[in-house]
Design a binder for this molecule. Structure first.
Ligand code: ADP
Ligand code: MG
Length: 727
């Protein structure tokens, strides 16, 4: 019988590239065609309801029952005109994926049937909350939860070959009010930053009445042929290759990055981009990434809530479209040991309703002071809550990246680029002289920020949080993550910091300082206080780990311990003040994240056991038997000891590796049984990390050695060179 690997290899080599047809040769003509956007709202709604909906989107005003009915009817008409038969509330539970529960518009009525969609069904639904992670909220409260419409993210139509569905973005909360998803806390954090930033803006510009956080998400991913993927149970069940000796050629020639995109991949990219464009996702960039078979796409930045909905949707679309091309898209942070992993860079800034980017250095001194205010407060916030930011990006899969000498380290630090770093130093050491204060010629005391800055910002790929000209880029986010987790934290900590800043400045003004003097005095103090978080050097180096320790910065390498920051007193207080999470919600989330961590390790451990016992060991023994036959034969022929030495040495080598593999798998199983007895979730997660995961490297090392010895034609799993170099 032919092995699955052999069949898969043959299939992968004879792929036809499917034809990809765009709805039009001009992207602008189908951009957003599947979105119930403002233009369509205007067309389908009465003027009065349209205006109310817009003000609800902009100011968060509630929509009354009658208006909801009209909006639902309008959505239904539009969706049906596009061929949709069903609708669903679309939400982001803490499982990490998106969730849908479809209902038909169809309803029997009298003798016939009609298509119906009531305002009440638009506004609220009740999926069974008990089937989603709730971190103990279920035990204390009723299991019931509901989804509620988020008008600030437009409804859209999801197309499947078998049918179309109207999707309504919603939040998901327990009946008792606790958030059970990613979106609800994000919206609260965005409201906190809006309020705090608008207040601080008043020092500079009274016209500002709203501040939106904006986000551009770069998404890295790997592609692998579907047949080869299916021949690897580890990839199928865990998203990463648990075994596999590194291919002789990896990324050492650096010939993939920005190289020409393979034709088969190009067709796939264009195909999923077309689908994304129809959904209003403004994809702009596509290119190869560093590792073989690794790629990246990035949209133009948008308001944060929308950017995150779009990223979640994009990941979904990428997976669906991949099937048409016989690809599997791997979003895992580290599918292949030995080559680069994938991240999701989060480019973040704050933009006012007057169109000003608060993180863009200005041309005039006054604008520069405004820039410095938001810039320095962000630095201060990250310094203050570095551990929480670290917690927000922690996951079992991101543990493979952070601190593994290729992605940003687990130490949170900020890179500013030489010019800005020097400017902050200059301010720190400047003296706000008495004369300056009296003259009100303080503007002269503010260092000029050269205009070339924007094009000239240094690129430091080793920093987890870097300033890149007019935005901060959080690079430590994992490729599978829902960006809401880190973005909820970032916006909440900056909101809290801006609120404190206002208090500090107002105090000085009250004491008689001129406004600008007060602003500068506080900024100067913040620069000094937050200095430890700034680092311009190589984040991958060992020296940095030592230096960071001296500076008192944390370096928490594993998730279960990193997550402690979610339930610290400092965090609880922060989220209570910003009204983002209650203490109960934080504890529930903490529990869910820990559970997720150890369950994923549990699955990996099982796959390690299954694949070694049922695939690797039998293949190795079969090969070993042929060697034994060979040795026997040579002996029968009466050949010399020296001649016999070669097969015997190979047999011996194989036996050694085999016995280590077998004992390690058995010991891992015993250790797992012990760890499973632990009741406390945090202890259990640590147990999995330290007692179960610790066997993985040993098992893998010896299996990978065997892969190099055993006859290629009997090895059961597609090898790295076959997975990584797409035809
Ligand atoms: P790179 O970081 O690879 O050089 P770019 O700087 O062009 O790439 O942008 C990366 C992402 O940052 C894109 O999604 C882009 O739209 C986004 N971006 C650019 N300006 C801002 C901003 N002011 N706020 C948020 N995101 C931004
Ligand atoms: Mg970038």
């Amino acid at each position: 019988m032919k092995s699955l690997r052999t069949i898969a290899l043959k299939e992968a080599q004879t792929r036809e590239i499917p034809e990809v047809k765009a709805p039009s040769s001009k992207i602008s003509e189908f951009y957003g065609s599947n979105v119930f956007d403002k233009k369509k709202m205007k067309e389908y709604l009465s003027k009065d309801v349209f205006e109310k909906l817009i003000s609800s989107i902009n100011q968060g005003e509630l929509i009354n029952h009658d208006d909801a009915n009209q909006i639902a009817a309008a959505m239904k008409s539009w969706a049906m005109s596009k061929g949709a038969t069903h609708y669903t509330h679309w939400f982001q539970p803490l499982t990490g994926t998106t969730a849908e529960k479809h209902d038909s518009f169809f309803e029997p009525s009298g003798d016939g049937a009609i298509e119906k969609f009531a305002g009440s069904a638009l506004v609220q639904q009740e999926p069974d909350a008990s089937s989603f992670p709730n971190g103990g909220i279920r035990n204390t409260f009723e299991a019931r939860g509901y989804t509620a419409w988020d008008p600030s993210s437009p409804a859209f139509i999801m197309e499947n070959p078998a049918g179309k569905t109207l999707c309504i973005p919603t939040v998901f909360v327990a009946y008792t009010g606790e958030a059970l998803d990613y979106k609800a806390p994000l919206l609260k954090a965005l409201s906190a930053i809006d309020k705090a930033a608008v207040e601080v803006c008043q020092y500079f510009d009274k016209a500002v009445s709203k501040v939106n956080a904006s986000l551009g998400i770069e998404q890295e991913y790997f592609l692998v042929d579907l047949a080869l993927f299916n021949a690897r149970p580890d990839l199928v069940l865990t998203g990463r290759a648990l075994f596999g000796h590194m291919s002789a050629k990896g990324q050492q020639l650096e010939d993939h990055y920005f190289g020409s995109i393979p034709e088969r991949v190009f067709a796939y990219m264009v195909d999923f981009e077309n689908e994304a464009i129809k959904l209003g996702i403004p994809l702009k960039t596509r290119h190869n990434e560093v590792a073989p078979s690794q790629f990246e796409c990035a949209p133009i930045y948008e308001e944060i809530n929308l950017a995150i909905d779009h990223n979640q949707l994009l990941m979904d679309v990428m997976e669906k479209v991949a099937r048409r091309h016989n690809f599997k898209v791997l979003l895992h942070e580290k599918p292949y040991a030995g080559i680069n992993g994938s991240g999701k860079h989060n480019n973040w800034s704050l933009i006012t309703d007057t169109g000003k980017n608060l993180l863009a250095p200005g041309k005039t001194p006054k604008n520069n002071l405004m820039f410095l205010t938001f810039f320095v407060n962000t630095i201060k916030a990250v310094h203050e809550h570095a551990d929480l930011l670290r917690a927000s990006i922690a996951s079992v899969s991101n543990d493979h990246r952070l601190g593994a000498n290729e992605a940003p380290p687990a130490i949170i630090s900020i890179f500013l680029g030489q010019q800005l770093d020097e400017i902050l130093d200059e301010i720190e050491h400047s003296r706000l002289s008495k004369k300056l204060k009296e003259d009100n010629s303080l503007w002269l005391g503010i260092p000029k920020i050269p205009q070339i800055l924007l094009d000239n910002t240094d690129r430091n790929r080793t920093s987890p949080f870097a300033f890149t000209g007019n935005k901060f880029e959080l690079r430590a986010v994992g490729s599978t993550a829902n960006s809401s987790a880190p973005m909820t934290v970032l916006n909440a900590i900056v909101a809290d910091q801006l609120t404190k800043f206002k208090v500090d400045v107002d105090k000085l003004i009250k004491k008689g300082d001129k406004k600008d003097v007060a602003l500068m005095t506080v900024l100067k103090r913040y620069i000094k206080e937050s200095k430890a978080i700034r680092f311009e050097g190589n984040g991958y180096s060992d020296e940095w780990a030592q230096e960071a320790e001296k500076r008192g910065l944390s370096n928490i390498k594993t998730t279960p311990k990193a997550l402690d920051a979610y339930v610290s007193e400092k965090t609880t207080e922060l989220f209570a003040k910003t009204n983002v999470f209650s203490k109960r919600e934080l504890h529930a989330r903490h529990e869910i994240l820990l559970e997720n961590f150890y369950k994923k390790l549990q699955i990996e451990a099982r796959v390690f056991g299954d694949v070694t016992n049922s695939q690797i060991i039998p293949a190795v023994i079969a090969y070993q038997n042929t060697l034994i036959e060979n040795a026997k034969g040579l002996k029968e022929l009466g050949l010399s000891k020296e001649t016999l030495a070669t097969p015997l040495a190979i047999i011996d080598k194989i036996s050694n590796h085999l016995s280590i593999v077998k004992t390690s798998v058995d010991t891992m199983l015993e250790d797992r049984k012990e760890v499973n007895k632990i009741e406390d979730t945090r202890e259990k997660a640590i147990g999995y990390d330290e007692k179960v995961k610790s066997h993985f490297d040993t098992i893998r090392y010896h299996v990978d050695k065997l892969e190099q010895i055993v006859d290629d034609s009997v090895w059961p799993l597609p090898k790295f060179r076959e997975l990584l170099f797409l035809k």
